[in-house]
Design a protein around this ligand. Structure first.
Ligand code: ADP
Length: 293
């Protein structure tokens, strides 16, 4: 990474002089390289790096972080600047000292508050990525149509191209045709969503504040965020209880969460292949059985 270039960019963006003392590689990311950039004056930044063609992904991530920060509900790292230098794309944000704990209930309340930031349509003003997969966010007045085309349909088409079993794709297409049945007496509002809220994208600052990061922001049904918190674990009972106290879930969530998590499992198939096709098939069977029941 061209730390001199990045340091100059930080100075320009913040209006404060910044001189790099050293860059320490930090682990944990799935897709990007990451560093703690230590400044000589004691101010640090978190920097992600990727190949130059990752710039659009970082631009979308920076805008997503800014959108969540503007809601003023959950703490997110403030984006500082992004660009390319020396053939590599970079994204700089505020460094947050993690390592606190026991913030589940507070995160539940604060996430409910973030979901109260709404728009009059579903989608977002720009596309972004979910993992490394493109995520289209074309504005739509109709949530079911949005989910059918830009979430389920998009991943199903990718899966078909990636060689998913025909039976899985067929079931997915049947589900697409009957999607309205899951929304007969439920009208979601377009809430600001993190969009990729698995356990690895949350932390607790040393100050005790919950922090969420690495988003795939759009405006959609808040149940989609909640469903993902249940997909791979990492969010406790206190989180869910506090969320429901702040903004109770509709009873139909119990069924729709499989629909929402199917998107992420199809995406995992498209990113990693293997057993995720089988898992998607099982989820589809469950959803299609709901339609028959
Ligand atoms: P990736 O896009 O590669 O998945 P993440 O954004 O998830 O990377 O960040 C990787 C890890 O770095 C996280 O698991 C988290 O522990 C840590 N991290 C993320 N953002 C910050 C930050 N602003 N300050 C300090 N640590 C952070």
């Amino acid at each position: 990474m061209d730390w001199q270039h990045i340091s100059r960019h930080i100075s320009e963006a913040t209006g404060e002089p910044f001189a790099v003392a050293r860059a320490e590689s930090v682990g944990g990311g799935c897709i990007n390289s990451a560093w703690r950039l230590r400044g000589e004056q004691g101010r640090d930044y978190f920097v992600k790096g990727n190949s130059a063609d990752g710039l659009e992904m970082f631009a979308a991530e920076a805008e997503g972080l800014a959108e969540m920060a503007a809601a003023g509900a959950v703490r997110v790292p403030r984006p500082v600047c992004h660009g390319t230098a020396g053939g590599q794309a970079y994204l700089v944000m505020e460094w947050i000292d993690m390592g606190g704990g026991g913030a589940g209930a507070r995160l539940g309340r604060e996430l409910a508050a973030m979901h109260r930031a709404t728009r009059d349509r579903f989608g977002w003003h720009r596309d972004n990525t979910i993992g490394a997969t493109p995520q289209p966010n074309t504005w739509s007045d109709d949530w079911v149509a949005f989910w059918r085309e830009h979430r389920l349909g998009f991943q199903l088409q990718l899966a078909a191209r990636n060689g998913a079993p025909r039976a899985v794709v067929d079931k997915g297409e049947r589900l697409q045709a009957d999607l309205d049945a899951f929304f007969t007496d439920y009208r979601p509002v377009p809430s600001l969503l993190h969009g990729d809220l698995w356990g690895g994208n949350q932390g607790v600052a040393r100050t005790g504040e919950p922090v969420i990061f690495d988003p795939a922001v759009y405006y959609g049904d808040r149940e989609a965020d909640l469903a993902m918190t249940e997909l791979f674990g990492g969010f406790g009972r206190d989180f869910h209880a506090a969320y429901d106290e702040a903004w109770p879930r509709d009873p139909g969530y119990a069924v729709r969460k499989t629909l929402y998590n199917l998107y992420h499992i199809l995406n995992h198939y498209n990113l990693f292949g293997g057993g995720y096709a089988g898992q998607a098939g099982t989820m589809l069977d469950r959803l299609l059985a709901e339609l028959r029941g």
